[in-house]
Design a binder for this molecule. Structure first.
Ligand code: ADP
Length: 267
């Protein structure tokens, strides 16, 4: 059975004829539902840090005469404010990506730049946990797309890898050509993801362990942003993981040929 939402309109066409217009509204309704869902999720997610900040502000006011307590509360306020910041940034990233449509104006992007930029942006967090962050990229790899979005995708994977790993472990990112695709693989030795959750982690706001993820500042949007970016680039992202054994995320994108193939020779 196929359920469709149709809207029918009847317009008179002279004395003996009418025009019957039947429009399939299924997609429009679905888009509207997704939009409403998203807004309700976002409002819910924003309430947590905002509520936290407001309680902490009260606590600071009450503890005026106790400098140590004030410092403690102020530290927690900073954590909440950072989370709020990240959430707003991810909502902005996400809203740029609604839909799975291909990119408007793809350009030739060097994969080694995407990898090194993503590493740069993750380094501070990795250093703070003494995590060995290692990157390797085959020379001359390129894809068509949007460099900024691709950096966001790889950076989100790297930042998850660091977040969900213990101190003094290793996180790697490698990029290589495999057939007609560029594969960017991010691996960690972290806690892993239970099999039952592996299909769902790419959904918006889905977290394996909501309380723990919130405690680390997670928003539950990161992987859905990665998935959208990959799809916008004609590629995909998959996960392999075993609890306690770490996780490996693989982004696959259509290859755009090597640098030395540019200009004249076919890619
Ligand atoms: P979050 O902001 O909560 O990290 P994501 O969409 O990036 O949201 O990830 C969704 C969930 O998937 C996370 O809450 C976490 O439970 C799980 N996850 C993502 N990456 C990893 C990883 N490298 N190791 C273990 N769990 C992970």
């Amino acid at each position: 059975t196929v359920h469709v939402n149709v809207r029918a309109r009847v317009a008179p066409l002279g004395a003996h004829h009418v025009l019957l217009l039947i429009e399939d509204q299924t997609r429009a309704r679905r888009v509207e539902e997704v939009r409403r869902d998203f807004i309700s999720n976002v409002s819910h997610e924003l309430k947590t840090p905002v509520g936290g900040l407001s309680l902490l502000a009260e606590a600071v006011l009450d503890a005026k005469d106790d400098p140590e307590a004030v410092e403690r509360f102020a530290g927690r306020m900073r954590v909440e404010a950072d989370r709020l910041n990240r959430l707003v940034q991810e909502i902005v990233d996400f809203s740029r990506l609604q839909g799975n449509d291909p990119l408007d104006e793809p350009t030739l992007v060097d994969v080694d730049r995407v990898v090194s930029e993503s590493l740069d942006r993750t380094k501070l967090a990795a250093d703070a946990k003494d995590i060995d962050l290692v990157g390797e990229c085959e020379v001359g790899l390129a894809v068509y797309g949007d460099e900024g979005l691709l950096v966001t995708a790889v950076r989100n994977l790297l930042s998850n890898a660091v977040t969900y790993s213990e101190r003094r472990t290793r996180v790697t990112v490698t990029a290589a050509r495999v057939g007609d695709t560029v594969q960017v693989v991010v691996s960690d030795q972290g806690r892993g993801i239970p099999e039952a959750d592996q299909d769902r982690i790419f959904e918006r706001f889905y977290r394996v362990d909501p309380a723990r993820s919130r405690a680390t500042g997670g928003t539950g949007l990161g992987l859905s942003i990665v998935k959208h970016i990959c799809e916008n680039h004609g590629g995909d992202v998959t996960v392999w993981s075993q609890e306690g054994q770490g996780s490996t995320f693989t982004i696959r994108l259509p290859v755009a040929g090597r640098h030395q193939d540019r200009g004249g020779r076919s890619a």
